[in-house]
Design a protein around this ligand. Structure first.
Ligand code: ADP
Ligand code: ZN
Ligand code: ZN
Length: 729
């Protein structure tokens, strides 16, 4: 007779590629604890919270400790999500325990109880029903009539805005009772506001509607072409079929304005999930999705981990956006994982962008994704006029040419709004001694031959390193020659702001970057303050997307030249996307828009191609270059990084890794110092592993990564593996 399993295999959030065996908690059978259920276990001298991922048989002679307790009544991770997370761990060659922990909201990861997500509402009681007919007409009576049927806050928000005061009145008179609502209550019909889709939108909507099971779509539509309208109709269809929809948006795209648009149009509660929420709120939304109570979830990167037991659709808006890639810990790509989940769930995935990633366009061209195009702006809006402004030999004020300043003046005088885009925050990128050539460098990020300048902030008073965060006051005099001729060189958003405030003192001049606008509520407040009044916005890429600015008639882009000559193979793609996205902010409504690209390299092929042929002309050339050079999407990469206080340990570790990789059909280049060779006091090195074939890459990593964990060289470094790296530094 086969022995019944007596051991729990537990995944713990530790950086070790293995599971840990425990006996079930005292008095419980192993099978009584489900796969996907949380357990609290002793781990060394402390306790840890893990997930049961399998049951096993005890090995004779091995002494095991017992789990301390099983949490919850059943699994928190199960079905498709558990399977997809297992797949992700394999794909990233990352420890399962860490990947599962990443998939859970922080409070559940820590072992805290499941959130209470009972929906509370109100209903008219016996006394209320008796009193209703005789009540005076007015808000309390209208609300009382509505509460003949129990309703929760969301339903009241939609059906009876301003319901809180009359509710208080009804409660004081003892006419309503609080209740807990279990079933999802249907809400009022979706508010009006839907457009008659144009022909291209209709084709897209029909294609998504016709999808049966997994179907990936690229919705490739210029800014303002009505992609969001297509999502909204597809989501409405999904809801009508009784299914859940997940919408991923970039970190900066989830504005209150965007959420309000979803809420108003769909007629069901829309659950937001983003970094501005506290742990309890995040866990509540996650669990509401797991229990099917949340029907529409709109969230940033980590929302890709919400459970979707009744999934019907996954949308990834601005799918090219860099914020979908996690840059530390478990380095997943939310867009790619969204497609993996859609496949596992058997639902359509819609990836939308005005500037699709080269990977995504390549998938569309290869026929793996259906390519839906929206070539025209919806409604009355016209595409903006783009002009390259040659500023060679022209005088510049805070980096702005006379021609650009005159254009700003004209736009403001005509009552419009202007956006000045400069992707560099702070006052100036460098502090230089004009007498001896000394400049301020970060002591923690510089090497002998590769100094990292510190950015000047606060009008010259403070220095800050944008790589490690190190700050200090500016020196009063040059540390090398004692000269007082210290000069900020170049222009950041702060300096441009000061210049424009001085010149345009009669209109609001607002700076929007990470320094001035920490989080999204502050961003919204800036926009609300400005409204549709004439004025000037200065900002970094925080301004490239998100909020709709219908009165924006001029966009001036400055300081792009450094991006034209970067060594990173993705820099052209990123710059092209940024320019097209920023340009797309202009003229979104009836008023025509103009975009000025200020440059010292007016003949640069990237600018020429973009202006003459648009983003797709750029992409065609760029894909050909990538293919010739053997770069993604024509090759698959993994980046092995290592760092330590000194250069030798990382180099030795990577050298050892390279030696083991030699036996496989992959190419390992390096090890080399990273393009940024020192950061926050650590010397950084890397090995690029590439293969034309994804399977070959993974076969090699499957074999090599476990050996890396065990390698003696690994003990002297911090190392990480980045599969499909976005940045090679
Ligand atoms: P995108 O997401 O592609 O940037 P939006 O969906 O935000 O575009 O649409 C841009 C603007 O055009 C919005 O103000 C939207 O309300 C409007 N719009 C969208 N579709 C239509 C349509 N079929 N007819 C008229 N206006 C539309
Ligand atoms: Zn000096
Ligand atoms: Zn630094």
């Amino acid at each position: 007779m086969a022995a019944s399993p007596s051991v729990l295999r537990v995944a713990l959030p530790v950086p070790l590629p293995r599971l840990f065996d425990y006996l079930p908690p005292l008095g419980m059978a192993a099978e009584a604890v489900a796969v996907g259920q949380r357990v609290r276990v002793p781990f060394g001298p402390r306790e840890a919270c893990g997930l049961v991922v399998a049951h096993g048989l005890a090995e004779p002679g091995v002494e095991l400790r017992a789990a301390l307790a099983a949490l919850d009544d059943g699994p928190v991770l199960q079905g498709e999500l558990l399977a997809s997370l297992r797949w992700l761990a394999g794909y990233l060659h990352a420890p399962l325990g860490e990947v599962l922990a990443t998939g859970l909201p922080a409070s559940l990861r820590r072992g805290e109880p499941l959130p209470d997500i009972a929906r509370r509402g109100w209903v008219l009681n016996e006394a209320g029903r008796t009193a209703l007919p005789a009540m005076r007409a007015g808000k309390p009576k209208a609300l009382a009539a509505l509460l003949a049927e129990a309703r929760d806050e969301d339903a009241l928000d939609a059906a009876h805005p301003g319901w809180r005061a009359p509710l208080r009145a009804l409660r004081e008179r003892g006419l309503v009772d609080g209740v807990v609502l279990d079933a999802v209550v249907a809400m009022a019909a979706p508010a009006a506001g839907a457009f008659q889709p144009n022909a291209e939108q209709q084709i897209a909507i029909d294609a998504i509607r016709a999808a049966d099971g997994f179907a990936p779509f690229l919705l490739d539509g210029v800014t303002g072409s009505g992609k969001t309208e297509v999502y909204l109709q597809a989501i409405a269809d999904c809801l009508a079929r009784g299914r859940q929809a997940l919408v991923l948006v970039p970190e900066i795209g989830l504005t209150p304005q965007a959420l309000a648009r979803f809420r108003a149009r769909l007629g069901v509660p829309v659950h937001a999930l983003h970094s501005g929420l506290n742990d309890n709120e995040r866990a509540a939304t996650w669990w509401a999705a797991a229990t099917g109570k949340a029907r529409v979830i709109v969230g940033t990167r980590s929302a890709v981990f919400v459970p979707l037991p009744e999934a019907g659709l996954i949308v990834v808006d601005e799918e090219h956006d860099g914020s979908y890639k996690q840059f530390d810990g478990i380095r997943y790509h939310a867009r790619d994982f969204a497609v993996v989940r859609a496949r596992a769930l058997g639902v359509p995935a819609v990836l939308g962008s005005a500037t699709p990633a080269l990977e995504t366009l390549h998938n569309a061209q290869a026929g793996r994704y259906a390519h839906l195009r929206l070539r025209q702006r919806a409604g009355a809006a016209r595409p903006p006029q783009v002009r390259v402004l040659d500023v060679r030999k022209r005088p510049l004020q805070a980096g702005l040419s006379d021609e650009a300043l005159a254009a700003v003046r004209a736009a403001v005088d005509a009552g419009g709004q202007v956006l000045v885009f400069r992707n560099r925050r702070g006052y100036a990128p460098v502090l230089l001694c004009h007498d001896c050539g000394w400049s301020a460098h970060c002591p923690r990020c510089s090497t002998e031959d590769r100094p990292t300048p510190m950015t000047v902030h606060a009008h010259g008073k403070r220095l800050q390193c944008h790589h490690c965060g190190h700050r200090k006051p500016s020196p009063p005099a040059c540390p090398d020659c004692a000269s007082l001729a210290l000069q900020p060189q170049g222009n950041g958003t702060e300096r441009i702001e000061a210049e424009l405030q001085a010149r345009f003192s009669e209109v609001p001049v607002l700076r929007i970057d990470r320094g001035s606008t920490g989080h999204r509520d502050a961003l919204q407040k800036h926009f609300d303050d400005l409204g549709t009044r004439r004025g000037i916005l200065i900002g970094t890429q925080m301004l490239a997307k998100g909020h709709d600015l219908p009165n924006l008639t001029l966009v001036v882009v400055v300081g792009i030249d450094e991006g034209l000559f970067s060594a990173d193979f993705r820099s052209g793609e990123k710059l092209a996307q940024l320019l097209v996205q920023v340009a797309g902010r202009a003229g979104r409504a009836e008023r025509a828009g103009t975009v000025l690209l200020q440059t010292h390299h007016p003949d640069h092929p990237l600018l020429q191609t973009l202006v003459a042929g648009g983003y797709h002309a750029f992409v065609d050339g760029e894909l050909a270059l990538r293919e010739a050079a053997g770069f993604p999407p024509f090759a698959h990469l993994a980046l092995l990084r290592a760092e330590a206080r000194h250069a030798e340990p990382p180099m030795q570790f990577l050298q050892a890794a390279k030696a083991t990789l030699d036996a496989f059909a992959v190419e390992a280049s390096g090890p080399l110092l990273a393009p940024m060779p020192r950061r926050a006091g650590y010397v950084r090195a890397q090995l690029v592993v590439s293969a034309p074939d994804r399977r070959a890459l993974h076969a090699a990593l499957d074999a090599v990564v476990p050996a890396l964990h065990a390698a003696p060289e690994a003990r002297r470094v911090r190392w990480s593996l980045d599969v499909d790296p976005v940045d090679l530094y």
